[in-house]
Ligand binder design. Structure first.
Ligand code: GLP
Length: 242
């Protein structure tokens, strides 16, 4: 595992973007596993900049996103599909038909999840998976629990996640209570993982994940078993590292 400790959120975004861009330069038809949340926005901004300068070509790239709220349509500004369009897809030359996000509008959870597993298989697996981390150690929407869920599944979001994500909605009540998310096996099958975190609120989760016991109570702790993980985090998230 490589850990880059950078000064602040901005540096985290730049470093993460460099790693994502390197993957695309090394393999122009890479399958990029992408993430939402406020943590990756700086990286996406930098990727857009490089694309606009003519330095980064997305024409052969495929993307699969980690998760989506159940019940939200792609044109709902709170949906993760909308987020990805706004922050990345609409500003680069990626073929939108090769950008995948679980179908939040599919009411049949089994169908939605099976279809997404199939998509991940059909695209040939993920070359590089970008991950943020929840303050409770969740990755994607794999919440702390009794077992590691393997493949795409429907989750009941925890109180703490609903509270953490309420900042993007008008009120707590409007935050969806369920989501479709890739499972731990889908994530662990990625050839490479890039975990990013910034701020004091992530420090404990990051410490537990990187050095604590491997347990489904801290879903990101499973990453200790992955052979190719890079962590980019800022000083506040890594203050415990000395
Ligand atoms: C959400 C997403 C995760 C993300 C996490 C952290 O719940 N499902 O993929 O990593 O929250 O979000 P943020 O980057 O906004 O702190």
């Amino acid at each position: 595992m490589i850990i880059y400790k950078v000064k602040n959120e901005e540096e985290m975004g730049k470093k993460a973007a460099s790693i994502l861009a390197a993957q695309i330069l090394m393999k122009p038809n890479a399958v990029m596993g992408l993430a939402t949340g406020s943590t990756p926005t700086g990286a996406y901004q930098q990727l857009v900049k490089w694309h606009q300068q003519g330095d980064l070509d997305f024409s052969q790239v495929t993307s699969v996103n980690l998760d989506e709220y159940r019940g939200l349509a792609g044109d709902n500004p709170q949906s993760y599909r909308y987020f990805m369009n706004e922050h990345l897809f609409s500003h680069v030359n990626i073929d939108k038909s090769r950008t995948f996000v679980p179908d939040g509008l599919e009411a049949d959870a089994d169908k939605a999840c099976q279809a997404y597993n199939q998509i991940i298989r059909d695209v040939g697996g993920i070359d590089l998976q970008l991950l943020g981390i929840g303050p409770n150690g969740h990755i994607g929407f794999n919440e702390p629990g009794e077992v590691f869920e393997k493949e795409t599944h429907c989750v009941d979001l925890t109180e703490s996640t609903i509270r953490a994500n309420a900042r993007f909605f008008d009120s707590m009540e409007k935050v969806p209570k369920q989501a479709y998310t890739m499972g731990i096996k889908n994530i662990m099958d990625a050839k490479k993982i890039l975990l990013i975190a910034s701020g004091e609120a992530k420090a404990e989760a990051l410490h537990q994940s990187l050095y604590g016991p491997i347990t489904p109570q801290v879903p990101a702790s499973i990453l200790q078993l992955h052979p190719d993980v890079t962590v980019v985090a800022d000083e506040s998230a890594l203050h415990w590292m000395g």
